[in-house]
Structures are given as C-alpha cells and as structure tokens.
Ligand binder design. Structure first.
Ligand code: N01
Length: 554
C-alpha cells in the first residue's frame, strides 16, 4: 500500500457496496447490534448492480414479489410491484425506499471507491483507503461488492479508433441512449444481450447482433401484476418466503419430483409446453433431473431448439440461433420478451462470429474475417468478470501482506464462500464458493448477512475479536464444492462465466456452490451450532500483552 494517512474514522465494521447486500448488512449491524458501521459505495446512489445496469430492456429474471427483502414484514406489505419482472428503474425505486425507510443513507458514503484494504495483525484492524484519499479502520471488513459488477470489455483492437459511440451494458449512461435512425451493433447474446436486442431493434434503423455462442432462452411472459394478485401475495408472504428458503435455488417453487425420462413422450411434451407458456426460470423445474442427467436434459434442450426453429422464419438464421454446444441451463439460462421473434424483423441481422470472428474495430464499425459492418453505435453486452473480478479490483492484503490476488492465483478458494484463509475478520457476502448466482440473489444475500450478523454478535458476547478460516476447512470446502459441481451438468458448458471462461486468462474453476441453497443454509447452521466449526476464533491482545487463544463460541 502507498504511504498511509492517519485513519479519519475507527469503525466496528466497514461494508463495501450499497446494493441489496450492503444495505441489509448496514441495517443489521447498526440497528440490531448497535455497531459503528460505514458503507462505502462507488456509485452516487444505492442499487449496486442495479445502479449501473440501465441498458434498454434491463429487468430482473426473478419475479418481483420474491426478488425483494423478506426481513421486514412491514416493508413487504408496504411496497407494491408494478410488473411481474421488475425493470431496473423499479428496483432502484424499491432500494431507495428501503434506504429511506430504515434511514440508511446517513451511514453510506457515495462516490467513494475503495482502492485498498490491508489487515493490521498487531492492531487486529482493517485499514481501508479510497480513491479520493480517505482512510478508515475497522475491526470487520465486509465485502458486499456483488457478483456481477466488474464489466468485461473485450480487448478488440481498434476500439479507440471508432468514430461512433460505444457502451457496455453494465456501465450504461443515466440518460437514455437514442438509437433512432442509427446503425447499431450489439456484441453478446447472454441474458443481457437477449434482453436488450428486442428493445434496441424497435428504435434502431438497423441492428446487427454479433453472436459467439447461440443461447437457449425461455419467454419471460412479463406483464403488470394485477391488484388482486398483489393482495393474494401479500396475504401469503410467510409461506412464499419459507418455500423460497427451502428450495434449491431460492425461488418459491419446488422442482417437480419426476424424471424427464420416466414419463411418456406425450406427457413430457405437454409439461414442457405448459412450462413454456407459463414462462420464466421456472421452466428448469419441469423435471427433477434436467441439470444432473444428460439424457433428461437432451429432452428439454431439443424442445427449446424446436421452438427456436418454429419461431425464426429464415432457416439459416434459425440454425445459427440454435444452441448445439452445451446442454440447456448449464450456462445461466436467459428469459426474454420476443428475442427470437426479433430476428424476423427486416431491420435485424445476425452475424455468427464463431464462424467468422471479429478481427478489429475500425473507425467505421466492426470488421470480421468475412466482412465489415458500418455502425454508429456499438453495444457491448459482453458480461462481467464474475464473482472474483469485483474483489480482485481492490488491492486486498491479509496477514503477512498476502494479497488476495496471490491467494487466488489458481482460482478462488474460500470456506463457505464467507471467508478466505489468511484474511481474518473479512467476510465476503455471496463470495465464490457460496450458492450466490445460482439462486434468487436476495435469498442468498439475506442468509449470508444474517449468518455474519449472528457470528459477530456471538463473538462480542464471548469477548472474541478475531475470526479466520482454518486452511484445512478451506481445503475440505473447496473439495466439497468441486464434488457438488461435478455431480451436475453445470461444468459442461465450456464457455460459461460460472467457470470464468469468458475472461481470457482467468483460471477455470467452477465458482458458485452448486449443492443447493437450502442444503447450503443447513450446513452454515451446523457450522454455527458446532461452535463455528472450521473457523478459528480468538481474542488477540495488542502487542506487549499475552494473546488469547483459540476460544470457540457456541
Ligand atoms: O453476460 P454473459 P450477461 N467477443 O457472460 C459474449 C446476470 N443478469 O451480461 O457465450 C464476442 O452471460 C459471450 O459469448 P460466449 C445473469 O446471471 C441478470 O449477458 O462467451 N462475444 C456471451 O454471449 C447473467 O447470466 C439479469 O461465447 C463475447 C455474452 O457476450 C449474467 O448477469 C439480467 C466476447 C456475455 O454473456 C451475465 O449476463 C441480465 C468477445 N470477446 C444479466 N466476450 C437479471 O435479470 C463475451 N462475449 C437479474
């Protein structure tokens, strides 16, 4: 770290990020435990990923009534959602409402980017520095930086020479971009590109979609939430939340108990048709074995391929749009509003950049191996340096100056996705090795925040001031997380961001925990019940006094 200025503030806990995770963590530590807490946030407002992702069509793929906090019944009764899938602006309004209701803003510093955090072994404190030179110290450092917040902008030669405008979807301007009359090129066909394509196509003179990997997508079936449905949801919230917590992915529906291979072809087709009509991520729940048995998965993948071919009128385009290189849902499955239908428009064309790769960006547009496309605007819907990117963009140093980057050189290694060995008193909300991105995020976030809050409370009650992951527990957890991933088809998608494969040079490690949300939460409960098994707790005294050793709280 550069030469340090004296700390301007001494805190009990410092939280990085003011999205869902940071807001709730501030509330629990400050308002339940009475700690001195500060949140540092790079953006000018609350929202986290939703502060930055304002691209056309940006909305959540979880349904609004459960993509929300469950910790306050008063909150969930007060707030009403307009759409089945909330649009980015509606989510920001919700999070602003939460910040207002719980008076959170007074402890958040906006426009404050954390650049470094270093653990001081002697003082048992984290020293944190910000881009604008602030320095703060805290006993606990809690990262609430999000899993999908580091934009992945591919290093395509010539970008700086481009005469038009270009944008990354995850860093979208606050003012809407006007596509009217423009020739637009969009690179990337993940969830984001699939959401943005139909909306941009309606405005642009021409939209060219540059696709590297064809993707499966299920219709979202978005629409307004009728008053009557809102009332029914609010009356039933306790059961809805309970079901979400008990489920595999934090969604309040259960996966069907049958195998896709145990029913007749007619029954299977009828079930897929019904799931397609209902729409949304729930399609995955049509049968229990879609993510564990390739033959079962083939039936779903074939069903969706047939749908794509039936929707897209031009057979050549349909064939290019049909995914063939990975099983359905082994990459995060997008949901859409008229994505495949958009390719029937006269002002939309598809370029297969696997067959003809992009060579460079020229002043006039994009040049592939076969052709040059003249463009006024380029949209990069190229995703994120997921999960590890936001953490590694901060210079984090643990004991003996060990950097997180060194510690994770071969890929992230954590205990429960909550702590990294050698980084005492640092908690990583929805960190790699936890269910995080495989779930409905607010469920995973609330579970982590509640666990961390309970842990800090227990430590305080026991007079303990340091918690660190036992390296042996990290070994065991990494092995278990690998086994959990390998028991599914998920690692089979070679180009998935779950594996870090979308970022050149990133180690290929399956990053989220695939053993299921409910199962994971039960493991965390057991760890607590067994006196924080796998963690080493202590009460080190300042230098010169004898250090307390290995006490364990129950
Ligand atoms: O990013 P992605 P995303 N040249 O990584 C392509 C969440 N999300 O922003 O597949 C050319 O999925 C890349 O191609 P390939 C959700 O969890 C949530 O779309 O690597 N192309 C791919 O097509 C989601 O999964 C919501 O071959 C390049 C695309 O860009 C996650 O965010 C909404 C390239 C990137 O797809 C990420 O989605 C939207 C290159 N150099 C997103 N590099 C919700 O509703 C990459 N690509 C909550």
């Amino acid at each position: 770290m550069a030469k340090l200025q004296p700390a301007s503030e001494q805190l009990d806990a410092l939280v990085i990020g003011a999205g869902f995770a940071g807001l709730y963590q501030l509330h629990t530590l400050r308002d339940k435990l009475g700690l001195r807490v500060r949140v540092l946030e790079a953006g000018s407002g609350v929202g986290g990923t939703w502060y930055w992702n304002r691209y056309p069509g940006a909305r959540c793929d979880s349904e609004s009534y459960y993509y929300s906090f469950s910790f306050s019944d008063e909150l969930q009764q007060q707030w009403g959602w307009n759409e089945r899938y909330p649009e980015h602006g509606e989510i920001r309004r919700y999070l602003n409402f939460v910040a207002e209701k719980f008076d959170l803003r007074r402890d958040i510093r906006f426009d404050t980017r954390v650049t470094s955090a270093a653990f001081d072994d002697e003082a048992n404190l984290w020293h944190v520095e910000t881009e604008d030179g602030q320095r703060l110290s805290a006993r606990f450092l809690i990262t609430a930086v999000g899993c999908l917040s580091s934009a992945n902008i591919p290093k395509i030669p010539g970008l700086e020479s481009f005469r038009g405008e270009w944008y990354h979807t995850g860093r979208w301007p606050h003012e809407p971009v006007d596509f009217t009359g423009k020739r637009v090129g969009l690179i990337g066909t993940g969830s984001t590109g699939i959401q943005a394509t139909p909306v941009i196509a309606e405005q642009a003179a021409h939209l060219t979609v540059f696709q590297r990997t064809a993707n499966y997508s299920i219709p979202a079936r978005n629409g307004p939430v009728p008053e009557e449905e809102q009332r029914a949801i609010k009356a039933d919230y306790a059961a809805i939340r309970e079901l979400g917590r008990k489920s595999q992915n934090g969604h309040p529906f259960l996966v069907a108990p049958e195998s896709a291979l145990d029913v007749t072809p007619e029954e299977r087709l009828a079930r897929y048709e019904a799931a397609w009509e209902r729409g949304g991520l729930r399609f995955r729940a049509a049968f229990r074995d879609l993510l564990i048995d390739k033959a079962a998965n083939d039936t779903a993948s074939d069903f969706i391929r047939a749908k794509i071919r039936s929707i897209v009128k031009d057979p050549v385009t349909a064939e290019k749009l049909t995914p063939k290189d990975h099983p359905f849902a082994t990459k995060r499955p997008p949901i859409d509003s008229n994505y495949f239908e958009t390719f029937n428009r006269d002002n939309v064309s598809l370029v297969d950049i696997k067959a003809s790769p992009i060579i460079e960006i020229t002043p006039a547009g994009i040049r592939t191996q076969d052709a040059e496309y003249e463009l006024d605007i380029i949209v990069f819907a190229t995703g994120f340096d997921a999960m590890t990117g936001p953490l590694l963009s901060i210079d984090i140093r643990g004991q003996d100056g060990l950097t997180l980057r060194e510690s994770w050189a071969a890929g992230p290694r954590t205990y429960l996705g909550l702590q990294v060995a050698g980084f005492p008193n640092m908690f990583t909300i929805t960190g790699p090795g936890s269910p995080s991105v495989l779930t409905n995020m607010p469920v995973a976030i609330e579970q982590h925040v509640d666990w961390i809050t309970r842990c800090i409370q227990d430590m305080r009650d026991q007079g303990l001031t340091r918690i660190e992951a036992d390296p042996a527990a990290v070994e065991r957890w990494v092995a278990h997380a690998n086994d959990a991933a390998n028991a599914t088809l998920l690692p089979q998608a070679g180009s998935s961001w779950y594996l870090g494969a979308n970022v050149p040079g990133k180690p290929r490690v399956f990053m989220p925990y695939a053993g299921g949300m409910a199962n994971y939460a039960a493991i965390c409960e057991q760890v607590t019940a067994k006196g924080y098994e796998g963690f080493i707790l202590s009460a080190p005294k300042p230098v010169g006094q004898e250090a307390g050793q290995g006490a364990v709280v129950g």
